[in-house]
Design a protein around this ligand. Structure first.
Ligand code: ZN
Length: 418
């Protein structure tokens, strides 16, 4: 029997033991009129112990059919745990497929990590559907081993009524027309670099288009394509042009970009941003803010720290957020010079000294994305840079106004900037 958790102190039931997922194949039909998701998911896994039974994480929906290999399997559901007993036990080292067909209304969920914003499957004001699943909502839309310790490759085959477009994490493979009561379009996307389940997303919207950014693609040397609503296709936000340059600045600091493509999407109703692998999601309120440029570099930095290099425990979240916040400072230095960098570091240090943050390595489980995780984490890395390279980080006299760097408090609750 595989364990019901993967060993995370903050989330004892997230993830599972006894197997290692290799690939998720998500075949989804979404009907926007009735908000119904009809799904067939095939999970390919390798047993790491003998298994008479094993768990997946999964909430919501009705399970219509469940098979291990070709044989129907029995299953029980208890809270977020789906316990599967295959007809034939699985031997350690054996590769096996689990096929789960399910249907129902996808809904947003709340997380014990914060109470400010609903996560999971969300709907925007224009009817756009999107998923933001950090830290614990992947298993609210597909059955999964929902923990960053078990990464896998993904296929997304998403069918929607004609007129809707689908974006997803990874590479866009193509569209095929079809018929399923109404005329449909089936979008195929693929993520070939292993990905934590919480970073998987799809976005479904009317009038959305996948648009190449030639300036950024040229600068970055990889395709930069954004999946944007019609008004932003016609008039893209200015800072988006900087994506390629940001990528080269971060490569200089952190080494080669870890994936083969990048892009963002913009959705309504979400007061934050999330670094889904190769496909960051931005709430429109962030895009419209004067700080968009800094959130853009922050989410891009997560492709290195969070997505490629990942935490083993959610309590270590500062390793994701500290590097991403520090990257905002690197961009400020690149664009505005060393003196402004020094001033922004000094300002942030001053603000942090009176903020009463918890130590970033011990975030409260009910406030996982608190300001200390971001600000103290980022400042620690600025200090380590001084230690490592001898760069004097002390405040310097700056001519004119102090730095234009982002002060979290000015725009969004830092806890919402994931
Ligand atoms: Zn972040």
């Amino acid at each position: 029997m595989g364990a019901a958790g993967i060993g995370d102190d903050y989330y004892p039931t997230l993830g599972n033991g006894g197997y290692d997922v290799q690939h998720y194949d998500l075949d989804l039909f979404y009907d926007p009129d009735d908000n119904v998701l009809d799904a067939a998911v095939v999970i390919t896994a390798m047993a790491t112990q003998d298994l008479t039974a094993f768990n997946l994480d999964f909430t919501g929906f009705d399970i219509v059919d469940l098979r291990v290999g070709d044989l129907p399997a029995t299953f029980e559901r208890n809270a977020g745990e789906l316990t599967i007993t295959p007809a034939v036990p699985i031997a350690s080292g054996e590769r096996f497929d689990v096929t789960i067909a399910y249907a129902g209304n996808p809904t947003a969920s709340s997380s014990p990590a914060f109470d400010r914003v609903a996560i999971g499957w969300r709907e925007g004001p224009e009817g756009e559907q999107y998923i933001v699943a950090e830290p614990d909502a992947a298993h609210t839309w597909f059955p999964s081993n929902d923990h960053p310790l078990d990464k896998a490759t993904f296929s997304f085959i998403v069918t929607v009524p004609d007129g809707y477009a689908v974006g997803a994490t990874g590479e866009f493979l193509g569209i095929e027309p079809g018929q399923e009561i109404v005329e449909t379009l089936t979008y195929a996307w693929e993520m070939t670099t292993p990905m934590a389940p919480y970073l998987a997303t799809i976005v479904i919207g009317e009038g959305y288009q996948l648009v190449e950014d030639p300036v950024s693609s040229e600068a970055a040397g990889i395709p930069i394509r954004n999946f944007l609503p019609a008004d932003l296709v016609a008039d893209p936000p200015d800072a988006l042009d900087d994506t390629g340059e940001m990528l080269t600045v971060l490569e200089e600091a952190f080494g080669p970009y870890p994936f083969d493509r990048y892009g963002i999407t913009v959705v309504g109703g979400f007061p934050a941003a999330l670094e889904n692998q190769t496909f960051s999601v931005f709430g429109r309120v962030i895009v419209d803010s004067p700080f968009f440029e800094f959130v853009l570099v922050h989410e891009l930095a997560h492709q290195w720290f969070g997505n490629s290099v990942s935490i083993a425990q959610w309590s270590d979240i500062w390793l994701n957020e500290g590097f991403a916040t520090y990257s905002e400072l690197l961009w400020i230095e690149h664009r505005q010079g060393r003196a402004v960098y020094d001033q922004v570091v000094a300002d942030r240090r001053q603000a942090a000294s009176t903020a009463g943050y918890a130590p970033p390595g011990l975030p409260p489980p009910t406030d996982l994305f608190n300001g200390g995780v971001y600000q103290l984490g980022g400042l620690l890395l600025a200090d380590l840079r001084v230690e490592a390279r001898g760069l004097d980080a002390g405040p310097q006299q700056v001519g004119g106004e102090p730095g234009e760097g982002r002060r979290e408090d000015d725009v969004v609750d830092p806890a919402l900037d994931e």
